[in-house]
Design a protein around this ligand. Structure first.
Ligand SMILES: [Zn+2]
Length: 192
């Protein structure tokens, strides 16, 4: 039989008492749960991506996405058998084309990202590349974008994938965009 000292036994007993607390258990389960951006999942799913494809993007499994959607009442459609070669590629092309189209819409509305400079690091260097980075996965919403240099854009996307929240950095520029929208509120926005 294993021998524990008086001190160790007391520590074990205290730890066990802590585990009996509902708040402690909830905290532990939340800490272990994969952090998933519900709106991002919803948008990707509504854009036609499968749970497996979403899982790949978020670095998790289909099972986790399935459970997350169920817990957040995201309506699912029946799983469809897909041709791994033709249909799948075709669908992926449609999706990336529509995401590109959303970025184009943003550019049409607000101008080039380059004109604003980077909303994260403040870079305005003429030679750098700038993108309209989508902030929270609402690709359909032209206000869900901020101008970023290529390097900050990559870091932002990685941070978002890991559940990080980089939004506060972009608030300053978002405010400028909001002001711009207000000043042009009567200008009709046309899609192509
Ligand atoms: Zn930057």
């Amino acid at each position: 039989m294993k021998y524990f000292s008086e001190e160790t036994r007391k520590k074990m007993s205290d730890a066990a008492k802590r585990r009996c607390n509902a708040t402690w258990r909830k905290q532990q389960s939340e800490a272990r749960a994969t952090k998933i951006d519900t709106e991002l999942v919803r948008n990707m799913y509504n854009a036609g991506m499968s749970q497996t494809e979403i899982a790949k993007v978020l670095g998790t499994t289909q099972k986790v996405i399935h459970k997350h959607m169920k817990n957040h009442n995201i309506p699912t459609r029946p799983a469809s058998k897909r041709n791994q070669f033709g249909t799948k590629n075709h669908m992926w092309k449609d999706k990336s084309a529509s995401i590109k189209a959303f970025h184009k819409r943003v550019e049409k509305r607000f101008g080039k990202a380059k004109d604003y400079g980077c909303s994260i690091c403040g870079k305005t260097d003429e030679d750098a590349w700038y993108d309209w980075a989508n902030l929270s996965g609402n690709y359909y919403d032209i206000n869900d974008y901020a101008p970023m240099c290529r390097s900050c854009h990559r870091k932002y996307d990685v941070g978002r994938k890991n559940g990080g929240n980089n939004l506060p950095c972009a608030y300053d520029v978002l405010k400028r965009i909001a002001d711009f929208v207000e000043s042009e509120e009567n200008a009709e926005f046309k899609t192509d």
